[in-house]
Write a protein that binds this ligand. Structure first.
Ligand code: MN
Length: 156
């Protein structure tokens, strides 16, 4: 957190529908060198500032891509804003679509996948101070895979 009385980020950043991005917000690689994932980008819309000790990000999973299968102590509040896909949420694989709200609880395994031919974009809110994601062990994969729908879905 900062002691600055005024946020350092711009008061207004226009949305550019051509690149599905915002003025002055860099599109980055999702997680360089961390865990297995495919075709995901990340934009930090609002870094933690002042009395908002949170980070608000936009993630986009390209058609056929997936985010890392992970869990952690911190929660996520997610709003789907583009496309269709599926997500592992609280022990079930669910179809997700634009404007759906998803809450990832502490220690809940989660993974997002875009459907074939369609990108999946979502806003994700997290606490600025948070633990690092844990990746599944072979035992975790075996336990998750007891459910055939989850076994078919996950990309560990
Ligand atoms: Mn996560």
């Amino acid at each position: 957190m900062t002691d600055s009385p005024r946020p350092a980020t711009a008061p207004h950043r226009a949305f550019d529908p051509q690149r599905f991005g915002w003025d002055g917000v860099e599109t980055r690689v999702y997680k360089a060198g961390e865990g297995p994932w495919r075709d995901v980008t990340r934009q930090v819309l609002f870094p933690p500032e002042g009395d908002l000790p949170v980070e608000w990000r936009y993630f986009e999973v390209a058609p056929g891509g997936w985010s890392t299968l992970e869990r952690h102590d911190h929660q996520h509040a997610v709003v789907i804003v583009r496309g269709h896909g599926h997500a592992l949420i609280e022990g079930a694989v669910r179809a997700v679509a634009m404007f759906d709200l998803i809450r990832i609880p502490a220690q809940g395994w989660h993974q997002f996948r875009a459907d074939a031919g369609e990108a999946l974009g979502f806003f994700c809110l997290v606490a600025a101070e948070r633990d690092r994601p844990q990746l599944p062990t072979a035992d975790d994969i075996a336990a998750l895979s007891a459910d055939p729908a989850i076994a078919a879905f996950i990309r560990p």
